[in-house]
Design a protein around this ligand. Structure first.
Ligand SMILES: Nc1ncnc2c1ncn2[C@@H]1O[C@H](COP(=O)(O)OP(=O)(O)OP(=O)(O)O)[C@@H](O)[C@H]1O
Ligand SMILES: [Mg+2]
Length: 456
């Protein structure tokens, strides 16, 4: 194993680095050396080291700058700092920049050897995720999950790290930021991918049916239960269950949910048999989940049980760097679907996209592109192909809804809801807030209008 572990040593002192090259090779590592930070950066790209040992003071680019660059490129390279006397404040800074540890000169060889061995073991574990890494077609792309911005690359790295575990994860972020996609990706990159992935939207299912939806029921257990039904937990057995919009679940049911998760077994509603479970539970919310805990809407014990890891997806307006890649991806996707040969968007459109607040986040961007592709007549999407609020370059806040005299209240309501959803880019939670109703009420109304999922 050690043979395969590539270590890059960045050190400007030639005699020191020759010495190290010898020791490290003797210990069985594959070593390259760089004489300064610039050379190290080049070698990181060509030699692909597993571990970096770097001096702090080097010509051309020092150790701290090297660390910043590594962070900027978004690669995950375990780094140990070698500091000279008096470099302690910089060593502290280096740790803040993500270095794992520092060794003070002169370095004690047995200590160094042990440290490298531990790191190499760690690397080996990661190499076992190779199949997963192979799916990374490019930096910032994990399956269908795109994003080159620093935050998204961190999200992708986090998902990779979580892949081997069965720990619960809480995924938060505004509507349309990709929570469901992240949940699915967690499932699909995990050893559970052969079993089912079952998403349940706690806001969309009527309260009275929620319990049997989750845990299943026996025939005759309540009026209308004319057949035995398997619940989502059972369907997800061996796989992954996503509890979407978890804060919308009734508090009494949350207690039962917690028990099922802790005991890893359940009884169907009206049933007597205990069914053993092996389910990874993920939870998502587009609300401030900690506020929901404070407000008593989400039981704190359930929250702590679920929140082993948190993935927070920032709104699209805070990661404009993701926009070009997402735009291109959606153009390719919907272009193929609609048999349209469109190459891209012009600079003016890209600029408008970067400046847009995107209340509906990636989903809204997707919808805008999908629509523009249909309207667009040339090979390039121009401003004229975009919805009104982009063309006017103003926020849609000043929008009006025209209602024909003689409309029924039902029609008015339907129009208001659909226009508000347009305004929020399909963000239902925000639409509910704007309309002054609960998310649940909005879902009920949408259900009634037969457009449960107006924007998929
Ligand atoms: N990083 C991404 N790369 C590619 N597609 C994305 C990304 N993020 C979101 N999308 C796409 O945007 C749409 C919305 O994503 P998703 O349904 O996961 O959002 P959400 O956060 O669950 O929203 P909601 O809170 O409204 O349920 C989907 O079509 C998804 O494929
Ligand atoms: Mg969702």
């Amino acid at each position: 194993m050690a043979n395969e572990t590539r270590i890059l040593v960045a050190e400007d002192d030639v005699s020191t680095h020759d010495e190290w090259r010898e020791s490290l090779s003797a210990w069985g590592f594959n070593v390259e050396t760089a004489e300064d930070g610039e050379q190290a950066t080049e070698l990181i790209k060509s030699f692909h080291p597993h571990i970096l040992l770097t001096d702090l003071r080097m010509p051309r680019k020092d150790g701290l700058q090297l660390l910043r660059d590594i962070r900027e490129i978004g690669i995950d390279l375990p780094t140990v700092i070698i500091s000279g006397q008096g470099d302690i404040p910089d060593a502290v800074e280096a740790i803040k920049l993500g270095a794992l540890d520092y060794l003070r000169k002169p370095v004690d060889p047995p200590h160094l050897r042990q440290m490298l061995k531990n790191l190499a073991d760690n690397v080996q574990m990661r190499e076992e995720n190779l199949t997963l890494r192979r799916r990374l077609a490019d930096v910032g792309e994990l399956g269908p999950l795109f994003g080159r911005s620093l935050v998204m690359r961190r999200v992708i790295t986090a998902i990779e790290r979580l892949a081997q575990s069965s720990a619960s994860v809480v995924i938060t972020g505004e509507s349309g930021t990709g929570k469901e996609l992240v949940a699915r990706t967690i499932h699909e990159t995990s050893p559970r991918r052969g079993a089912a992935y079952v998403p349940v939207n706690c806001a969309a299912i009527p309260e009275t049916l929620m319990e049997s939806e989750l845990f299943g029921h026996e025939r005759g257990s309540f009026t209308g239960a004319d057949r035995r039904k398997e619940g989502c937990f059972e369907t997800a057995n061996g796989g992954t269950l996503l509890l979407d919009e978890i804060t919308e679940m009734k508090v009494e049911l949350q207690a039962k949910l917690l028990r099922v998760i802790e005991e890893q077994k359940l009884r169907r509603v009206g049933g007597t048999v205990e069914i053993p479970l092996d389910v990874r539970v993920l939870a998502a919310s587009n609300r401030d989940i900690e506020q929901a805990v404070r407000d008593g809407k989400l039981r704190s014990d359930l929250y702590y049980r679920l929140n082993v890891f948190t993935i927070t997806l920032p709104p699209l307006r805070e990661r404009a760097d993701d926009i070009p890649q997402l735009v291109q991806m959606f153009i390719t996707h919907y272009g193929e679907q609609n048999h349209k040969d469109v190459a891209g968007v012009d600079a003016e459109v890209m600029e408008a996209f970067r400046a847009h607040p995107w209340p509906g986040n990636v989903r809204q961007l997707r919808n805008v592109i999908e629509r523009a592709l249909i309207v667009c007549e040339g090979r390039i999407i121009r401003k004229n192909d975009l919805p009104e609020d982009f063309r006017a370059a103003t926020s849609p806040d000043g929008g009006f809804v025209k209602i024909r005299l003689g409309s029924s209240l039902d029609e008015v309501e339907k129009e208001m809801i659909s226009r508000t959803l347009e305004f929020t880019g399909g963000n239902k939670t925000r639409a509910a807030d704007v309309l002054g109703v609960s998310a649940k009420t909005l879902y009920n109304k949408l259900e009634r209008f037969g457009q449960q999922q107006p924007q998929r």
